[in-house]
Design a protein around this ligand. Structure first.
Ligand SMILES: *[C@@H]1O[C@H](CO)[C@@H](O)[C@H](O)[C@H]1NC(C)=O
Ligand SMILES: *[C@@H]1O[C@H](CO)[C@@H](O)[C@H](O)[C@H]1NC(C)=O
Length: 593
């Protein structure tokens, strides 16, 4: 259980969090005494009044509820303290003085006792005062079946946001109070949700629970059906994600489950899938969960949702859990432009709503893919820089073979001063290049020759050294083009040196490393400089070796080696593994020239 918080005082926390909504959306106002966030009056609303929608509940479910206040969504949100309903007076204040009542007020909450009592009573009082008011409590959870739930009934969890979204869009479109009320019942009646959580959450300001208490879910267990206020679910399991999702989908869809079957959903129905993050699951993991749920729905239930909405809508503070909801799209009976799907897709300017994809995009063909590789290859013009492909292959092979042979030594070095993968990375790249060169005809021009190697290195090497080699080789292609001439020209060491040097300058745009920093540059730079000045490959390879030797006494100032401790142990003995590997290769290459 995560018990550290940036803000520990729960009162200050709720107040500032609500106030922040007026900063991120200037069309909202905040009544801090009553913890009401509401839409500022506008000329449009004054001229064409609409049904006002008031919702709310305990704090700790952000962005619910005040985060859904905005044009096209909720009119006012009333907040309680963390996990506790606001009181009747707060809600009354919202109905009577913070919203337009001319076309009526719809008060809608989740089905929790405190919310039902306080919002319900406030609605009754408003009615008594002559304001056209309706009240409804959404229950979409199937987690705690009928038997166990007893009188408590279905709670409102993640899927409830779909009800809110749809009815608010209807109100925005001019729907009447009775239309909005009836649609809320209809949508909620077609909705099922179930949650699962790995941990209870800690409420800021409260005591940290005893590690042996039932509030601590053992590391290997997941609680299925947990509510949004830490309330227990149906049971705890130790399961993989696929098993967990399979159980959850059964709870939502199995028509033979007497205890939980609330809505008939079959493969012939149009369905919206919503995955709600309870607040503490990484976005990376939510993505994996969405993919798993989608796949199982298709494979095991033949259901392909017409909309997939994933995000953080109704949280349990930073709850390490999620819920899966399925909404069966039914007929609203309201005519054109007011189907459940159209109302769901309708734009809404609320900070908490993050369904970014528009109707037209969902309805488009969506099968085309972008694949221009063929064209790029065609654009790769050969040059007039001719080489002897057989001899170039022989020389390169000698270099790469030598580097491969040094793998164990490089690995040993890198285990001490790096993360141990340099040797295998170089070897993997070198082997792939050799394989590529041994298959098919080799080009007779230098640009095409290097170009043949580029994608191989890009695909087989990774990490920092992979990126550096890839950038360097791409820049080398460009460097060679700079040397290209209008008539055929035989490559010689001077021309190579000029191209290599130009590539080195290009590489400098992406890495600040220079000789002395204990990187591959300590071997590469002296090689190129010496080749340019002397035209002698053997001398140049010796300069690279000297450079690599010198790294033994250098402190790392760039790259991963900076973070590796124990410098006193290896200083003076261990060279930079990358520089060493390159020196080995250049050495082998010079030997074959
Ligand atoms: C809400 O809960 C009550 C009991 O607390 C239950 O009787 C009712 O059926 C529930 N409502 C819905 C829509 O599930
Ligand atoms: C290569 O030489 C041919 C014929 O000499 C010429 O037409 C072509 O433009 C040259 N290519 C480049 C890139 O200069």
């Amino acid at each position: 259980m995560q018990t550290k918080h940036f803000i520990d005082d729960p009162t200050h926390l709720v107040q500032t969090s609500l106030a922040s909504l007026t900063l991120t959306n200037p069309s909202l106002a905040f009544d801090s005494q009553n913890k009401i966030v509401y839409r500022r009056p506008t000329k449009e609303q004054q001229e064409t009044p609409k049904v006002s929608i008031i919702t709310g509940g305990g704090s700790g479910h952000e962005p619910a509820f005040a985060g859904f206040v905005g044009k096209g969504f909720v009119t006012a949100g009333v907040a309680g303290t963390i996990f506790a309903s606001p009181n009747t007076l707060q809600v009354q204040r919202a109905i009577m003085s913070r919203v337009d009542t001319r076309r009526g007020v719809f008060v809608i909450t989740f089905n929790y006792t405190g919310d039902v009592l306080n919002f319900g009573l406030a609605a009754e009082k408003a009615k008594a005062a002559g304001i056209d008011t309706e009240f409804y409590a959404i229950g979409d959870d199937v987690g705690v079946g009928r038997e166990k739930g007893g009188k408590v009934g279905r709670r409102g969890i993640g899927g409830s946001i779909l009800v809110l979204k749809i009815i608010c869009a209807l109100a925005e479109a001019g729907g009447s109070l009775s239309e909005v009320y009836n649609l809320a019942k209809k949508v909620a009646g077609n909705l099922v949700s179930v949650g699962a959580s790995m941990e209870h959450v800690h409420v800021p300001g409260r005591e940290v629970p005893d590690p042996n208490s039932d509030e601590i879910i053992p590391t290997e267990e997941i609680e299925i059906g947990m509510g949004i206020h830490n309330e227990p679910g149906s049971h705890r399991v130790s399961a993989t994600l696929p098993d967990l999702v399979s159980t959850m989908l059964k709870q939502l869809l199995d028509p033979n489950d007497q205890d939980r079957h609330y809505v008939d959903i079959t493969k012939d129905d149009k369905v919206v899938l919503l995955i709600n993050n309870l607040g503490g699951v990484s976005n990376l993991e939510i993505g994996g969960i969405v993919a798993e749920v989608h796949e199982q729905l298709k494979k095991n239930w033949e259901i392909v949702p017409v909309r997939v909405i994933a995000g953080t809508f109704i949280t349990s503070l930073n709850g390490l859990g999620f819920s899966v909801s399925l909404l069966k799209l039914g007929d609203t009976g309201l005519g054109a432009g007011k189907s459940m799907l159209e109302l769901l897709d309708a734009p809404a300017e609320a900070f908490g709503w993050s369904a970014a994809v528009r109707t037209e995009t969902w309805n488009a063909d969506n099968t085309a893919i972008m694949d221009q590789t063929a064209d790029t290859a065609k654009d790769m013009k050969a040059s007039n820089l001719s080489i002897d492909p057989k001899q170039t292959h022989t020389v390169l092979k000698a270099g790469l073979d030598k580097m491969i042979a040094a793998e164990a030594e490089i690995t040993k070095f890198d285990t001490i001063v790096g993360d141990g993968d340099c040797g295998t990375g170089l070897k993997r790249g070198a082997e792939a290049v050799l394989k590529e060169l041994s298959s098919g005809d080799l080009p007779t021009d230098a640009v095409s020759f290097v170009n043949k190697i580029v994608p191989v290195v890009e695909h087989t090497m990774d990490g920092t050294s992979g990126a550096l080699f890839s950038i360097y080789l791409n820049a080398l292609v460009h460097g060679l083009r700079e040397q290209d001439s209008t008539s055929s020209k035989q490559m010689d060491s001077k021309t190579w040196a000029a191209a290599l040097k130009s590539a080195l300058q290009a590489l400098g745009k992406y890495t600040p490393a220079v000789p002395g920093d204990r990187t591959i540059m300590d071997a590469l730079t002296p090689f190129i400089d010496t080749l340019a000045s002397s035209g002698n490959v053997k001398k140049a390879a010796q300069a690279a070796r000297d450079g690599a030797e010198k790294t033994k006494t250098m402190k790392a100032s760039l790259g991963r080696a900076v973070y590796v401790g124990g410098e006193s142990e290896w200083m003076g003995k261990i060279p930079d593994p990358g520089a060493w590997g390159l020196a080995e290769m250049l050495d082998g290459l010079a030997g074959a020239c």
